[in-house]
Ligand binder design. Structure first.
Ligand SMILES: Nc1ncnc2c1ncn2[C@@H]1O[C@H](COP(=O)(O)OP(=O)(O)OP(=O)(O)O)[C@@H](O)[C@H]1O
Length: 280
């Protein structure tokens, strides 16, 4: 499905992502972990062309998405919907309009310029809000909602794009544990029910272990671990985070992985397939 081939991004003389290659060849929920500055956001942002790559190729179903231009690039950006840490909603617009903005790249330029939406767009947006459990907030201004609700609106907006994949850049970093769980459950549900690739940058090991089928660990722009969460031992985590013996996993905990909360399926014969390629 998606294939990174020697992808590099430099800022000045510093490589934020350094000659990275990996493939996702089936619908998986992939967590990217690593300390601050490891290159996680840059990696994700290159996929949907928010950040231009310096060299390499990113192939989606065989096509190099780094060479797309104009309408093809906008279509691609719709196809890989992005969810951000700070939600990126328009605060003064109502919730349903914010969600419909996800359809802009699917509209004619005229309709886009004047934010003209069809009844079908409204229904699609309401259905997405319903799926995220917040349709009752549809007429409120986005700024009136809590952070967790705003992130769910952002996910509903991503859903209306009808994307091939969802990219989430630290989607729970601004949320309390309860809202973090709701948002991660929603992303997991999109992966399972819609059979979509979800790639999620995460700061916390326990969240990655709990929700993801596969974890990619980055350090200084390089992939230093790529495997099933079961292989993510404390020693491996120490290597990813560049920490010494005093490394304490609790320091990266959100406490949302508690007994009784939902978890990814443990049945490897299910829709998800763990990959076990530890490269350490
Ligand atoms: N626009 C930019 N201009 C210059 N340097 C940048 C830019 N964006 C990122 N960098 C640098 O690239 C490196 C990787 O940054 P990136 O944001 O991808 O890391 P990250 O792992 O996502 O970190 P965090 O978890 O803090 O978001 C860092 O050294 C950062 O300072």
């Amino acid at each position: 499905m998606i294939h990174f081939e020697n992808v590099t991004k430099t800022f000045g003389d510093r490589a934020a992502v350094n000659n990275v290659s990996f493939s996702i060849d089936k619908p998986q929920m992939v967590g990217i972990i690593g300390r601050s500055g490891a290159g996680k956001s840059t990696l994700l942002r290159m996929i949907n062309r928010l950040t231009p790559a310096t060299s390499g190729r990113i192939l989606f179903n065989g096509e190099d998405i780094l060479s797309l231009k104009g309408g093809s690039m906008r279509r691609w950006q719709r196809d890989c919907a992005m969810v951000f840490q700070q939600f990126n909603l328009v605060p003064r617009l109502d919730v349903v309009t914010n969600v419909m903005l996800g359809r802009l790249n699917a509209q004619s330029t005229f309709k886009s310029l004047f934010n003209i939406f069809s009844a079908e767009d409204v229904n699609r947006a309401l259905a997405a809000l319903d799926r995220l459990g917040i349709v009752q907030e549809a007429t409120k201004r986005a700024e009136e909602l809590s952070g967790g609700q705003q992130q769910r609106v952002a996910i509903a907006r991503a859903l209306t794009q009808e994307p091939h994949m969802v990219l989430a850049d630290e989607p729970i970093a601004s949320l309390d544990p309860m809202n973090a769980k709701i948002v991660m459950d929603a992303l997991r549900e999109i992966h399972e029910r819609d059979n979509k690739v979800v790639i999620c940058n995460l700061h916390t090991l326990d969240t990655a272990r709990h929700y993801c089928d596969r974890v990619i660990g980055m350090r200084d722009g390089v992939i230093v671990f790529d495997g099933a969460p079961e292989l993510l031992t404390t020693d491996v985590a120490r290597e990813i985070y560049g920490a010494d013996e005093s490394f304490n996993e609790a320091a990266t905990s959100t406490s949302i992985d508690t007994p009784g909360l939902s978890a990814r399926p443990t049945d490897p014969a299910g829709a998800v397939t763990p990959v076990a390629t530890a490269v350490l």
